[in-house]
Design a protein around this ligand. Structure first.
Ligand SMILES: Nc1ncnc2c1ncn2[C@@H]1O[C@H](COP(=O)(O)OP(=O)(O)OP(=O)(O)O)[C@@H](O)[C@H]1O
Ligand SMILES: [Mg+2]
Length: 318
C-alpha cells in the first residue's frame, strides 16, 4: 500500500492597510512574538520592499536581506534565507537592502515569492505589507483566504481603510471573473458597463443581475475571502464602538465577511521599546496595549494557543 504523505501548509496572515504609519509592522512583530511564545512556529516576512523595517521592531538591527538574496540568487525556498531570531520559534525574512528595482517587482518575481510563501514549513506566516493599494500589495494580501487590515480611529485612516478594502475586493472580483467559468459573462458585461476599474460596485451587481445563477456562484467565491481588522493607536477620546460600527457597515455592503479583532491602545512606551531595541510585548507585557495584542493573538490562533499556556516574561530582550 502506498504511504500516505501529509503536506502541512502554513496559515498565512497578510497584514495591510491603506495608510502608512498606522502600525502594521508593529502589530506583525508583536503578534508574531506572542504566537511564538505559545510554542507556535512562526515566520515573519517583510514585504514592504522599498521601506523595510520589520527587523527593527524585533530588535534585529544588523540582519541580512533574505528576500533580496531569494530574488537575485537561484534560491527556491524562503526558509533558507530566514534569520533565526533570539526568540524561540520565531524566524524573520527581511527585505532590508532591497534595491529600488526589487521594490517594484515584476509579475514573475511576485509570483515566485507567493509560491514560496505558500510552501513555508511554519504553522503561521505573517506578512508585513507596504502601505497603499498597488497591485503587488493587493496580490500579497490575497495570498491567503483571509487578511488583516489595520486602521486607526482617525477619519482619514478609516477613509483609506475603505479604499484599501474596495481595492482588494475588486482585485479578487476581477480574478474570479477572469476564470473560465466567468470569462464569457465578464466580456459581455464589460461591453455594457464599461471599464471594471471605474465601475467596481456597479459591475459586481451587474453580474448578479445578468445571470442570477452565475451571480450566486460569483458571490459564493467572493465570500471565501474574509477580512479581519484591528483598530490601532486607540485613544480614550475615540468612539469606543468604532470597530463594531465598521464591522457592521462592511458586512452589509460587501459579499465578504468582516471580523473586528479588537482595539490596541495608543501607548507612548511603543516608541521607547523601539529606541531600546526591545520587543514591546516583552518589555511592557503589563500594559493595556500588550494585553490587547495578546487577546488578538489568542483570537487569531483559537484553540492552539490555549493548549500551550506560557506566561509572558517581563524585561527580556524578546
Ligand atoms: N499602539 C501604538 N501606540 C503608540 N505608538 C504606536 C502604536 N502603534 C504604532 N505606533 C508608532 O507608530 C509608528 C509607525 O508604526 P509602523 O511602522 O508599525 O506603521 P506601518 O503601518 O508599518 O507604517 P509603514 O506603512 O510606513 O510601513 C511606530 O514607529 C510606532 O512608534
Ligand atoms: Mg511598516
Amino acid at each position: 500500500m502506498a504511504k500516505k504523505i501529509t503536506i502541512r501548509v502554513p496559515q498565512i496572515l497578510p497584514v495591510g492597510g491603506g495608510k502608512g504609519g498606522i502600525g502594521k509592522s508593529f502589530i506583525v512583530a508583536n503578534l508574531g512574538v506572542l504566537m511564538a511564545k505559545q510554542g507556535i512556529k512562526v515566520a515573519l516576512v517583510d514585504l514592504d520592499l522599498g521601506a523595510s523595517n520589520l527587523h527593527t521592531f524585533i530588535g534585529e538591527a544588523r540582519c541580512h536581506s533574505g528576500l533580496n538574496h531569494f530574488l537575485n540568487k537561484r534560491e527556491v525556498s524562503l526558509e533558507n534565507v530566514a534569520i533565526r531570531s533570539d526568540i524561540h520559534n520565531l524566524h524573520l525574512i527581511s527585505s532590508i537592502g532591497c534595491t529600488e528595482e526589487i521594490a517594484n517587482l515584476f509579475t514573475a518575481q511576485k509570483n515566485k515569492i507567493i509560491k514560496a510563501i505558500k510552501k513555508m514549513p511554519y504553522e503561521y506566516v505573517l506578512l508585513d505589507l507596504g502601505a497603499g493599494t498597488n497591485y503587488n500589495t493587493l496580490d500579497f494580501f490575497l495570498t491567503s483566504d483571509s487578511g488583516i487590515f489595520i486602521c486607526t480611529p482617525e477619519p482619514t485612516s478609516i477613509e483609506n481603510a475603505f479604499k484599501f478594502i474596495k481595492a482588494v475586493y475588486l482585485r479578487k472580483a476581477k480574478r474570479i471573473l477572469k476564470t473560465k467559468a466567468f470569462k464569457p459573462i465578464y466580456e459581455q458585461i464589460l461591453s455594457k458597463v464599461g471599464n471594471i476599474s471605474k465601475q467596481s460596485s456597479k459591475f459586481i451587481e451587474a453580474v448578479i443581475q445578468f445571470d442570477p445563477e452565475k451571480g450566486a456562484m460569483f458571490q459564493k467565491q467572493l465570500s471565501k475571502f474574509k477580512f479581519k481588522f484591528i483598530i490601532n493607536q486607540f485613544k480614550k477620546s475615540a468612539d469606543s464602538m468604532i470597530g463594531q460600527k465598521i464591522e457592521k457597515v462592511c458586512n452589509r455592503h460587501f459579499y465578504s465577511e468582516f471580523e473586528f479583532l479588537g482595539n490596541i491602545s495608543y501607548d507612548e512606551r511603543v516608541y521607547d521599546s523601539i529606541l531600546s531595541k526591545k520587543i514591546f510585548v516583552s518589555k511592557y507585557s503589563y500594559t493595556i496595549s500588550a494585553i490587547e495584542l495578546n487577546n488578538i493573538a489568542k483570537k487569531i490562533v483559537g484553540n492552539h494557543i490555549d493548549k500551550i499556556p506560557q506566561p509572558l516574561i517581563q524585561n527580556e530582550k524578546f
